[in-house]
Design a binder for this molecule. Sequence first.
Ligand SMILES: Cc1ncc(COP(=O)(O)O)c(C=O)c1O
Length: 363
Amino acid sequence: MSKRREIIDLRSDTVTKPSAAMRRVIGEAEVGDDVYGEDPVVNHLQERVADLLGKEAALFVPSGCMANQIAIKIHTQPGDEVLVGQGAHNWLFESGAAPVISGVQVSRLPGDGRFDAAAVREAFKADNHHVPPTSMVSVENTHNMGGGVVWQADAVRHVIAAARELGLAVHLDGARLWNAAVKTGRAERDLAAGFDTVAVCLSKGLGAPVGSLIAGSRDLMHRAHRVRKMLGGQMRQIGILAAAGLYAIEHNRNRLSQDHDNAEFLAREVDRIPGLSVDLSRVQTNIVMADMVEVSGGGAVGDARQLQARARERGLLFNALSAARIRLMTHLDVDRSDCARAIDILGALLTETADSSTRASEG
Ligand SMILES: Cc1ncc(COP(=O)(O)O)c(C=O)c1O
């Protein structure tokens, strides 16, 4: 089948498939039983990621969700409060795990997913019998539901300083920290500095089929190891997965700038389509949020879920996040020509929507 007829999948950067080269290293990976700590490739990956993040140790886990939930479990006691940003993954998309696994209340701070030190201070609850004592703050960088926005270095520093003053643990959900590093030109270890724990994913922009890591001090990772076991996250001959992760780290990090460039192109062109609007200032990495808006001169605002369904029929996949917003994500398996085709499909669909609403208003 020619490329022209292939599906363009912009639903998420998790949809990538392992390349032939990645499959080769998977096939050739040495393995051992990781529950005995004997898988050499896992050990190597953990050391490599700990080093990249400037932490003493790292632990391989099956998913970003597990990394985040382990962090909450090791930083809190049941009845505590955890502060997160609006739309935080560990609040919205982890199946309500934090109250179940750790018995904590998760509270969202005002902002666009990012927040400031004043918000942390304002929300902080000291330990008295009326309220859930705050024990942890979680920062998501880049911020998925915020549209892939990157935290300003100063804001992170001030949030960490406030957390320290208040005696709170600080966790970084860095599922896409790699994108933040490429965008800012700063090393991952700089972006991770000051956090007690950091979660990173190998299976998003980096293109590995599975795997995340949590990193922190040796003591915290000792406790993380126990929680991973409690959650059933122990695995055996996973050198085959770790090999894919190492390959992804060494080969697919720097190329993330291409995804960012493609997202910028996509955003600019989608914003030109009457009926769709993109806040270009928020397109900083590989995520584009487009809103359905009224076309000038009136006309019905389309429905994002209908648009999603109609685009699917033409071979373009993306997610509708609400009735008025769609999310498009660039990644390893889409190139500039795929983005151009996506723009054409969206343009045609929006024109048809405008035509049919004009006919309806005339009829
Ligand atoms: C910001 C963020 N954190 C954590 C996760 C969870 O990762 P996983 O799907 O590996 O559990 C995701 C997944 O998309 C994410 O976007």
